[in-house]
Design a protein around this ligand. Structure first.
Ligand code: PLP
Length: 404
């Protein structure tokens, strides 16, 4: 049989969240070792469950969910997302501007596939949620990373953005609140990004999947609400806010100035039609999930599980010589910095692999988030505070005599 090769389009795609480190962890588990996996933000793995109201709805609606829906989604879901967009102040949205997806992930890929030609440039943050870089690369686009600056609370570096725009730049992506840094961008920064997009005629993609997962009463502004005259695509979903990752419930909202975008929107319609529809049982619960109080909010207030877990991670990190962290304001991640001179670290994947093998904790190195220096890693802060404290103690022990 002749060799079967993957497509050339996959040649430059990197995606480490489930890569060699996770494979090594799996191998160790097969050998009977217990691994603490802090690599993926999957709340269910750490005892978080979806609200009963949504789980009951899934059961009640099972019989009505057997057929394909319209490719955009069922009416109740579209209406609820429309109302949610209104609450967030997102202008110029009608029902046809809303698409449900099998997670935001599917819509990220579709919206980039529909847009990018080989050589088209798209600005994506570094560090990023790596699906964005992988999906844009797979689409054939050229990813240009702009810096989020740790010295400035991990906010996007506006000068860096501006300096990287060329006549080929089609769009800018922001992730707000941010994975992996936990930053929330203030209004002034968002306004300046809108101004850049306006001046250079860029589409704004905003990934807001953590907008309801803000710590201690912080507020996340939707950039689209500040951009009535710019074409924006806002991504969101229930994976994190409702601890429902497995049901694959996401959506995107097109807003602002759509005047010149009809051909692109045709492309999006073509691709969403081709996948027929998103998971219908999942769509059935969007309306109830988006109405009323969001239970996840409680986890993020002082005394709440995620608030306390994040706090313990940040406190412990500040006690470990050679480590520092900008305290996250949202989501359930920390993105600490390593003093690479002290540990002589030149390869962050090796650092993560050594830590995994010695201390049985799986983390993802900064390079997995398209961070160029070997001086960061991401920790998922979802396990109980006592487990997080133990993981940080193991990290402290490991770093005591670590040298590459
Ligand atoms: N966007 C960001 C920033 C994420 O962190 C994640 C998952 O971790 C996703 C999108 C994927 O969301 P979904 O489960 O809706 O596909």
């Amino acid at each position: 049989m002749k060799t079967i090769k993957k497509s050339d389009r996959l040649g430059n795609v990197h995606y480490e969240l489930r890569g060699p480190l996770a494979e090594e962890a799996y191998r160790m588990e097969q050998n009977g070792e217990t691994i603490l996996k802090l690599n993926i933000g999957n709340p269910y793995s750490f005892g978080f469950t979806a609200p009963d109201a949504q789980l009951n709805k899934l059961g009640e609606n099972a019989r009505n969910s057997q057929g394909y829906s319209e490719s955009h989604g069922i009416d109740s879901a579209i209406e609820a997302i429309l109302r949610y967009a209104e609450q967030k102040g997102i202008p110029n949205v009608t029902a046809t501007d809303i698409y449900t997806g099998n997670g935001a992930s599917e819509l990220i890929q579709i919206s980039l596939d529909a847009l990018l030609n080989p050589g088209d440039e798209i600005l994506i943050p570094t560090p990023d949620y790596p699906l964005w870089t992988a999906a844009a690369t797979f689409s054939g686009g050229k990813v240009v990373h702009y810096l989020c600056d740790e010295q400035s609370s991990w906010y996007p570096d506006l000068d860096d953005i501006e300096s990287k725009i060329t006549y080929k730049t089609k769009a800018i992506v922001i992730i707000n609140p941010n994975n992996p840094t936990g930053a929330i961008y203030p209004r002034e920064i968002l306004e300046k990004i809108v101004d850049i997009a306006r001046r250079h005629d860029l589409i704004i993609f905003s990934d807001e999947i953590y907008d309801r997962l803000v710590l201690d009463g912080e507020k996340a502004t939707s950039i689209a609400s500040l951009a009535p005259d710019v074409f924006c695509i806002t991504m969101n979903g229930l994976s994190k806010s409702h601890m429902l990752c497995g049901y694959r419930i996401g959506w995107m909202v097109l807003s602002g100035n759509k005047e010149g975008a009809s051909d692109y929107i045709d492309g999006i319609n073509m691709l969403t039609n081709m996948r027929l529809c998103s998971n219908v049982p999942g769509q059935q619960i969007i309306a109830s999930a988006l109405s009323g109080k969001q239970r996840a909010e409680e986890y993020f207030l002082p005394g709440g599980r995620i608030y306390e877990q994040n706090r313990i991670v940040c406190d412990k990190i500040s006690d470990i010589p050679g480590l520092s962290v900008v305290n996250p304001k949202a989501a359930f991640y920390a993105f600490p910095k390593l003093d690479i001179k002290r540990f002589n670290i030149t390869d962050d994947s090796l650092f993560a692999m050594d830590f995994l093998k010695q201390k049985k904790v799986l983390i993802i190195p900064g390079s997995g988030f398209n961070w160029q220096m070997p001086d960061h890693f991401r920790i998922v802060c979802l396990p109980d505070a006592s487990v997080m404290a133990d993981a940080m103690d193991r990290l402290g022990d490991f770093l005591e005599d670590y040298h590459q």
